[in-house]
Design a protein around this ligand. Structure first.
Ligand SMILES: *[C@@H]1O[C@H](CO)[C@@H](O)[C@H](O)[C@H]1NC(C)=O
Ligand SMILES: *[C@@H]1O[C@H](CO)[C@@H](O)[C@H](O)[C@H]1NC(C)=O
Ligand SMILES: *[C@@H]1O[C@H](CO)[C@@H](O)[C@H](O)[C@H]1NC(C)=O
Ligand SMILES: *[C@@H]1O[C@H](CO)[C@@H](O)[C@H](O)[C@H]1NC(C)=O
Length: 526
C-alpha cells in the first residue's frame, strides 16, 4: 500500500460525485486543512459502538474532558443518520486509542494543541491512534476524525475511506478568536453554547465576549450589584453562575473566554445603576474621569471577573473615546485644569490607570488600537493591541515590541455583510511583517460578530460560513493555504454543508454574508 503524500492545494480539492440521490464527497474534505496529511485507498467500517482506549496515557481524565469529548464526537458523527447496519467481519474499526502526555488539563493562552492521528488500513482489533501533548490536542484530533466519517446508505453504517491516514497537525497561531457582543442584543445561553459548539468544529480557540457596552449592562457584578440595572430587561441578564457555565462549557471544548469591558468610552449603561459615573445626565459618556469612584467600580468588576474568567488576558477596550463631555461638564473641566491635563491627557490617564488595575488582578491587557495610535509608547509592555480600524497597524505594533491581534474591519468584521468569504480567507495577519521575532508578536486574529443587527434569530448564519474561512487562515500552515480562494471553494462549500448537517444554520457560501439560498439545488451549489 503506497501512501499518496498530499502536497500543495491543487490535490486538496476533490470534486463531489453524485451517486443515486446522495452526494458522496470523497477524498480530502477536511476543514481547516491539517499541517500534514497522507492517505491510502482502503475502506474501514464502524457501527454504533466505537470504543475509547486510554490505558497508556499519563492523563487520568478526572474531569472527564476526554470522555465527554469522545461521546460528543460520536454524537456529532451519528447525528445525521440512524445507524442500524452490521459491520462486516473484516475491515472493522473498533475504536480510538488515545495517548496524552501531559497530566493536567489547564487551558489558557499557549496551551499545546498539537496532535497526531493515525488510522490503520485494517487488521484484527483495529484501533485508530491519537497522540497529543494535552487533552485539548486530542479534542482537535476527534474533530478531524469526525470529518473523515462517511455514512453508507446501503449498509447503514459509517465508513472511513482512503485509509490508512496519517495526520500530523497543530495551529499556526495560538490566538484564533471570534467576538460576540451581548450588549447591543442579549444572547441567551443556549445560543452562546451553540456558537461555542460550532467554533470547536473549526478549531477556533478564543470566544471574545464583548459583554457590556453603552446600550446594556447584562452581567451580574457582586462588587457593584446595581450595574446590571443597565440591562435591557429583567430577563436579559447573566448571573455569575451563568457566566461560569459559559466558561466551563467552552473550556471542555478547548475554548478560552476573553471577557471585555470597554472603557472609558463605551460605558453609558454603567450609569443606570450608578448615575455618578456619568459626567452629566445629558452627557453620559465617557465614564467620569474625575471621580475615584469610576476606578473603584472598575476594580470591583475586575475582581469579580477574576473569579469567573481564568484566561490570561482581559480586554479593556479603549476605542472611540469622545472626550467632549469631559471638557463641557464644569466639574470635570475644573478637575482637568487642576490636574494640568487636557482631554487627550485624561484619556491616556484613564486607560493607563485601568491597565494598572487589571495588572494588579494578574491579568495581561488587550486594548483596541486607538490606545496604541494615540499613546502607544506609554502603554504597559504587557499590552496586546487589538487592530480593527485598518491596515498597516499590526506592522507598527510589532515593530514597537508590543503584541498584536488582527481584526481589520474591512476583511474580518462579520457584521459587514459585504465582506466576502474570499476576503475572510485571504486576510493574512503577517502581511508586510517579515522578521521572525516580529512575526511571533502577532498572536493571531479574530473575526468580530458585532451585535447591532444580530440576535438569537440570525447570529449563526451571520457568523458561518465566513468565520470558517478565517479559521483556516489562522490554523493551517502558510504553505497549505490557497493563494487563490477559488482553490478551496469546493472544500469550504462541503464544510458549510457539514455544518448544516450538524444543525448549524450556516448561510450559503456564495454571495453576501447571511444570504438566503439563491436557487433550488444541492447544498454544495448555494
Ligand atoms: C508520561 O510522561 C513522561 C514525562 O513527560 C513521558 O516521558 C512519558 O513518555 C509519558 N508516558 C506516557 C505513556 O504518555
Ligand atoms: C462627541 O460627543 C458630543 C457630546 O455628546 C456630541 O455632540 C458629538 O457629536 C460627538 N462627536 C462625535 C465625533 O461623535
Ligand atoms: C495636550 O497636552 C499635551 C501635553 O500634556 C500635549 O502634548 C498635547 O498636544 C495636548 N493635546 C491637545 C489636543 O491640545
Ligand atoms: C502592505 O504594504 C503594501 C505596500 O506598502 C500596502 O499597500 C498594504 O496595504 C500593506 N498591507 C497591510 C496589511 O498593511
Amino acid at each position: 500500500m503506497s501512501l499518496r503524500e498530499m502536497s500543495g492545494i491543487g490535490a486538496a480539492v476533490v470534486a463531489g460525485v453524485l451517486v443515486g440521490f446522495s452526494l458522496i464527497v470523497d477524498g480530502l474534505n477536511l476543514w481547516p486543512m491539517p499541517a500534514s496529511v497522507s492517505y491510502g485507498s482502503r475502506t474501514l467500517y464502524f457501527s454504533k459502538d466505537l470504543q475509547l482506549r486510554t490505558e497508556e496515557s499519563n492523563y487520568s481524565d478526572v474531569s472527564g474532558i476526554l470522555k465527554d469529548g469522545f461521546s460528543r464526537m460520536i454524537d456529532v458523527i451519528q447525528t445525521t443518520h440512524v445507524v442500524d447496519g452490521n459491520v462486516p467481519s473484516s475491515g472493522a474499526l473498533h475504536g480510538l486509542h488515545v495517548r496524552i502526555f501531559s497530566l493536567d488539563d489547564e487551558l489558557n493562552f499557549g496551551t499545546d494543541e498539537t496532535y497526531k492521528l493515525f488510522i490503520p488500513e485494517s487488521g484484527d482489533d483495529t484501533y485508530a491512534y491519537i497522540e497529543a501533548q494535552t487533552v485539548y490536542g486530542a479534542l482537535h484530533a476527534f474533530e478531524t476524525f469526525s470529518q473523515l466519517c462517511i455514512f453508507n446508505f446501503d449498509t447503514r453504517i459509517y465508513e472511513i475511506h482512503s485509509a490508512p491516514w496519517k495526520i500530523v497537525d497543530g495551529p499556526r497561531f495560538p490566538y484564533r478568536g471570534l467576538l460576540i457582543d451581548t450588549s447591543r442584543h442579549f444572547l441567551p445561553l443556549p445560543i452562546i453554547k451553540k456558537v461555542i459548539d460550532s467554533m470547536s468544529f473549526t478549531k477556533l480557540n478564543v470566544l471574545h465576549w464583548h459583554i457590556v457596552d453603552r446600550e446594556s449592562f447584562p452581567i451580574q457584578t457582586p462588587s457593584y450589584p446595581n450595574l446590571w440595572k443597565g440591562a435591557y430587561s429583567y430577563s436579559e441578564r447573566y448571573t455569575v453562575d451563568d457566566a461560569q457555565e459559559i466558561v466551563q462549557y467552552a473550556k471542555i471544548r478547548g475554548i478560552n473566554v476573553l471577557a471585555e469591558i470597554d472603557v472609558p468610552g463605551h460605558a453609558h449603561s454603567w450609569g443606570f445603576g450608578y448615575p455618578s459615573l456619568w459626567p452629566a445626565v445629558d452627557c453620559p459618556e465617557p465614564l467620569d474621569v474625575s471621580k475615584e469612584f469610576a476606578f473603584q467600580v472598575l476594580d470591583g468588576i475586575l475582581s469579580d471577573f477574576k473569579k469567573i474568567f481564568k484566561f490570561k488576558f482581559v480586554h479593556l477596550g479603549g476605542d472611540e473615546v469622545n472626550t467632549t463631555c469631559w471638557t463641557t461638564t464644569p466639574h470635570i473641566s475644573k478637575w482637568l485644569k487642576e490636574h494640568h491635563m487636557n482631554a487627550s491627557d485624561a484619556y491616556t490617564y484613564f486607560v493607563l490607570r485601568a491597565q494598572k488595575i487589571a495588572l494588579s488582578h494578574d491579568y495581561e491587557v488587550i486594548n483596541w488600537e486607538e490606545t496604541f495610535n494615540n499613546f502607544g509608547e506609554k502603554l504597559s509592555r504587557k499590552t496586546v493591541i487589538h487592530n480593527w480600524l485598518g491596515r498597516g497597524v499590526a506592522e507598527k505594533v510589532v515593530a514597537s515590541g508590543l503584541r498584536c491581534i488582527v481584526s481589520n474591519q474591512d476583511k474580518w468584521y462579520l457584521d459587514h455583510l459585504d465582506a466576502t468569504w474570499e476576503g475572510f480567507y485571504m486576510n493574512e495577519p503577517l502581511e508586510n511583517i517579515t522578521k521572525p521575532e516580529q512575526q511571533k508578536l502577532v498572536l493571531g486574529g479574530e473575526v468580530c460578530m458585532w451585535g447591532e443587527t444580530v440576535d438569537a434569530s440570525d447570529i449563526e448564519q451571520t457568523i458561518w460560513p465566513r468565520a470558517a474561512a478565517a479559521a483556516e487562515r489562522l490554523w493551517s500552515p502558510i504553505g497549505k493555504l490557497a493563494t487563490n480562494p477559488n482553490q478551496v471553494a469546493t472544500r469550504l462549500a462541503h464544510f458549510r454543508c457539514l455544518l448544516n448537517q450538524r444543525g448549524v444554520a450556516a448561510a450559503p457560501l456564495f454571495g453576501l454574508g447571511r444570504a438566503i439560498p439563491p436557487h433550488q439545488d444541492s447544498c454544495m451549489r448555494q
